[in-house]
Design a protein around this ligand. Structure first.
Ligand SMILES: C[S@@+](CC[C@H](N)C(=O)[O-])C[C@H]1O[C@@H](n2cnc3c(N)ncnc32)[C@H](O)[C@@H]1O
Length: 282
């Protein structure tokens, strides 16, 4: 895999995180091994995505496979997860075996998804902490579009870019980072923090890089790929405690007031491949 120095750092960081996350209470592998548990992410997205029964699904940036296995459990015909972190893929494959799941996994840079995944898909799905790791959304969206069958659905739910600049420090929430990032000016981090429980000192590859993508950049990348953007939504719930003071409501977190009423926490986009787009995105 030919990766930029920033992506190399990110892959090393995600390998460390994958190991820690697979043993965390947050991901709770035991739940998947001992029951028909479906992840909170998929329970949230299923009514939004529509019926997945019998559908062929590509799950991009699948991490350690819990959502991929969940898609298999809620009736997908065939589901393949893709991630560039080899430890995440190894862990996901082992969990699928332990769960007797037919979900499969491929190790690759998401930009190379078309080259490594076989055939076309009814649904391309990606969610919760995905495009902030990517520097080139046009390249990403072109890969997404090329994976879909005519009439196929692309669905993404992710952290809202309006939230990204904010941080909570000593109980005070304020904008700390740029809303606008460019491909050559990412947000550079050197920290062993992650969003799960567990001993964060086990994260030894601490350098990582993120890009915040304003909504128009996301919209323009998806529609520029030839897909038709059918719908966008904003959500007040978020999948992880973005600020330490976020209250938990059911399986999700919300932003503390007055922020909960002031800024969106997540967004969803639905886009579809029209029959006359076939040539354009291949
Ligand atoms: C926040 S996690 C996704 C979490 C997922 N929603 C979950 O909870 O299981 C982000 C994932 O993106 C993957 N990733 C980051 N950059 C990538 C790239 N360029 N190609 C493929 N995967 C990438 C990381 O390895 C990591 O597993």
């Amino acid at each position: 895999m030919d990766l930029s120095p920033e992506f190399e750092d990110n892959r090393n960081n995600w390998n460390d995180r994958a190991l820690l996350h697979s043993e965390s209470q947050l991901y709770n592998f035991e739940h998947y091994r001992t029951s028909d548990h479906v992840s909170a992410t998929i329970l949230y997205d299923l009514p939004l995505m529509g019926d997945v029964t019998g559908k062929r699904i590509a799950h991009l940036q699948c991490h350690i496979g819990t959502d991929t296995i969940s898609l298999d459990r809620v009736g997908a015909g065939e589901v393949v997860g893709l991630d560039f972190a080899p430890d995440a893929i190894r862990i996901a494959r082992k969990l699928a075996t332990d769960c007797n799941s037919s979900a499969t996994f491929v190790e690759a840079n998401v930009y190379d998804a078309r080259e490594v995944l076989q055939g076309d898909f009814d649904i391309v799905y990606t969610s919760v902490g995905t495009i902030c790791w990517l520097d080139d959304l046009d390249r990403w969206a072109a890969a997404v579009a090329s994976l879909l069958k005519p009439g196929g659905l692309f669905y993404i739910r992710d952290g809202h870019p309006a939230l990204w600049p904010f941080e909570e420090s000593d109980g005070v929430i304020a904008p700390m980072y740029n809303y606008f990032t460019t491909s050559d000016e990412p947000l550079d981090w050197d920290t062993n923090e992650t969003y799960t429980d567990g001993d964060h000192n086990r994260i030894t590859h601490t350098r990582h890089h993120e890009w915040n993508h304003p909504l128009p950049e996301i919209f323009n990348a998806v529609s520029g790929s030839g897909l038709r953007v059918d719908r966008m939504e904003e959500h007040k719930e978020i999948e992880w405690p973005f600020f330490p003071s976020c209250p938990k409501v059911g399986d999700q977190w919300i932003l503390p007031e007055p922020w909960g009423s002031a800024i969106p926490a997540m967004f969803s986009i639905w886009a579809s491949k029209q029959s006359d787009q076939l040539e354009r995105s291949k």
